[in-house]
Design a protein. Sequence first.
Length: 229
Amino acid sequence: MTEGHHDIIQISLDESNPNIVAIKFDPQVQSDMVLDLVHCYRQVFAEEPWHEWKKCPKCGKKWGIDQINELAEMKFMHCGVLVEDYWPIAGVVEDVNHEIGADASAWLLKDGDQVIGFIWGYMMPLRNLQTKIRMMIHEEVQENHGSHYLVAYLDDMGLSAEYRGRHYAGRLYDLWLNDMKKFGAKLIVTRTQGDPEPTVLYHWFLHKLHYRLLKRYPDSSNVIMTKEI
């Protein structure tokens, strides 16, 4: 582990490849990395199972990067208008700068100069989290985990497809989890896509990390998952 200017922390995650490093990330300090993170974020969610590359601004239909030929045949038009980016660059930049603050932990995974993965989350009161996720979960938390005023919310996590299966995601998660423990977290809450097309993260949370499926959204495929630590 090395510490440099502004206490930037860098940790090697692969003894066989010194180019693979995790960097503790603060967008206010490492503003030069924000666009690299945004590029990775947009790439990860453009792929399956999310298919969040383009969308119709009228009806909300979405397409993944693997459906580019279908869009090309349609001349990138739907409902009589041009499709648009599902995750506009400016919007993701704004979210990153807003969400990753003093009460957050964020890590980037890099291969040389390229950002290939990310994770961030933060501590917040459960009542505030319910507003953020647009789901009332107080009763379910109380029933399954007891009383919790503050919880750790795992907001976003992703890894470029070609780097999966090498345990990088688990190591990145452990770095974030250790930060949350230092903040005093006892319960983690996260949201991901469940049925009908569960994400890689859903299966990973459920079967590898032993998260609990706490509650399903009635009007979407998203689910809320929790884990005591």
